[in-house]
Design a protein around this ligand. Structure first.
Ligand code: EMZ
Length: 386
């Protein structure tokens, strides 16, 4: 199979059933596969709750055994959720500012200078992991050398080499965050920890635990997702040099191309909700207190919504994808992620003539009986400069 091909394992189930049932660590999960149904459930946060009693339960696979901290705001229901978003949205929209984009541009230029000098690069570790970590220092407004520590954590903050959840890794991240919170308390600065510790909701300061919850999500949520999106984008243009050339002639399509690639790759396969009451989804009974999965990956290939969903169409006209989620819990980091992808694509078009793929090893997720490619464990390429 070509590096740039990402097959859709859900097609048959989406068309025939709308639901695919899996078991995750002993718990039954009904994955919702059709876009319209998925939107309805995401919209209905009063029945499909994110604030499960146990932190980590709404993630698939569940992270309840490896972390105790509740990720904020993704694991919180309204009305509290709204207060958190009101507080956080302004900070997480900073990537729209010129100043921010200039700094991000410098980080990306420096990395391109590094990789364009090497004969071969392994994209996951030599490019995507480094870039995700360095760019995150802008989002947190911390020193760039903090990225060195995060690079050591590897591509997923909670998972090991085989993709398995590792509680020791999760504890390491938590210890690190707690240390940074103490530092910010004793010596406040302009970084996200300090800003959050001084923030108030309804007249009360955020607690250390709340700040910890926001930081845990910031480190975990945008990690493998951004890394996979970047790597997959490079693999795509490796297989499609004519498309890279076309974008060079039509740079006004860079934004649309980012949206289309994100739809096609859908870096986060799914996220769960807990149904509060007995209900029915796609004619299937869902029991109270059971878990459903919102399958962004399947919904983004729904051919009742997208024409030719298995084909990447960089200038796709109508593209209501849900790769960044949908409804009140839409991705907090989306602005940052989009800027990274947009700037990397802009520089690829400017600086790279051809991407020669040598070898790759795919990163495959198991979902019940199904297998889904999400990215690469490794992929070695040569970037031929212009
Ligand atoms: C969780 C998830 C994203 C989870 C929006 O949520 O991404 C996963 O990769 C993490 O393991 O903790 O943050």
């Amino acid at each position: 199979m070509k590096a740039s091909e990402f097959p859709d394992p859900f097609k048959k189930y989406r068309e025939e059933n709308g639901i695919y049932q899996i078991e995750d660590q002993g718990e039954e999960v009904n994955l919702i596969l059709r876009l319209r149904e998925l939107r309805k459930c995401s919209h209905n946060s009063s029945n499909f709750s994110s604030g499960a009693a146990i932190p980590g339960r709404i993630v698939i696979p569940s992270e309840e055994k490896i972390r105790d901290i509740r990720q904020i705001p993704v694991e919180v229901d309204p009305p509290r959720h709204k207060d958190y978003r009101a507080l956080l949205d302004f900070w997480f929209k900073r990537p729209l500012e010129d100043e921010y984009q200039k700094k991000l541009s410098v980080i990306i230029d420096d990395l391109f200078a590094e990789v364009l000098e090497s004969e071969n690069i392994e994209v996951v570790h030599d490019f995507s992991l480094k870039l995700q970590s360095r760019a995150l220092t802008l989002l947190l407004n911390t020193r760039i050398d903090e990225a060195e520590t995060w690079i050591e954590w590897g591509t997923h903050v909670f998972r090991g080499e085989e993709g398995e959840l590792v509680s020791d890794k999760a504890s390491l991240v938590d210890e690190y965050i707690l240390e940074k919170i103490e530092e910010a308390l004793s010596n406040p600065g302009q970084d996200l920890y300090s800003v959050l510790l001084q923030s108030e909701i309804n007249g009360s300061k955020l607690t250390k635990e709340e700040v910890h919850g926001v930081m845990n999500l910031t480190f975990a949520g945008g990690r493998d997702t951004v890394i996979n999106a970047l790597t997959n984008m490079i693999a795509y243009f490796g297989d499609h040099p004519e498309r890279l050339k076309w974008l060079g002639e039509n740079p006004e399509y860079i934004g649309k191309s980012v949206e289309e690639l994100v739809r096609y790759f859908t870096p986060l396969t799914h996220l769960g909700r807990i149904s509060k009451d007995d209900t029915v989804v796609c004619e299937h009974a869902i029991k109270a207190d059971s878990k459903v999965g919102l399958s962004w990956a399947s919904a983004n290939r729904d051919d009742t919504v997208f024409d030719n969903p298995d084909v990447v169409i960089l200038d796709r006209k109508v593209n209501p994808h849900v790769a960044f989620g949908f409804g009140i819990h839409n991705c907090l980091g989306a602005t940052h992620a989009r800027q990274i992808l947009r700037l990397v694509l802009t520089k690829l078009v400017e600086k790279v003539e051809q991407i020669e793929i040598h070898q790759f090893n795919e990163n495959i997720e198991t979902i019940g009986e199904l297998k889904r490619k999400v990215g690469f464990e490794e992929i070695t390429v040569t970037l031929h400069p212009k």
